[in-house]
Design a protein around this ligand. Structure first.
Ligand SMILES: [Zn+2]
Ligand SMILES: [Zn+2]
Length: 102
């Protein structure tokens, strides 16, 4: 887990590493299998896991599913905010350009 700026949420959030995100994905899909009244109960395991790990207090299961370090790029050399995707060539914060080897 690392704190990174999220371009969708527009705040710094705890992003999960590969192993943590795999567990979260599993708990997320489990949420669809249980017959529970509301989303909060349905995804309680996922929210508990994420919040236990991060101390963040997330309430939106869908937000967790894009808080993955693998889904974002490295930090911008210029401003320190992460690129939006691993292949993004342009930093949306400062306009810095980088070379991406594909
Ligand atoms: Zn986000
Ligand atoms: Zn930048």
């Amino acid at each position: 887990m690392e704190i990174k700026y999220c371009w969708r949420c527009k705040i710094d959030v705890p992003m999960l590493n590969k192993e943590e995100f795999e567990i979260a994905s599993k708990l997320y899909s489990n949420g669809f299998k249980v017959a529970k009244a509301n989303r909060q109960e349905r995804f309680k395991e996922l929210l508990d896991y994420y919040n236990g790990l991060t101390g963040f207090g997330e309430t939106e299961p869908n937000a967790i599913m894009h808080h993955s370090l693998q889904q974002i790029g490295p930090d911008c050399e210029n401003c320190g905010k992460p690129y939006r995707t691993p292949k993004a060539k342009l930093c949306p914060a400062c306009g810095n350009k980088r070379d991406v080897n594909e």
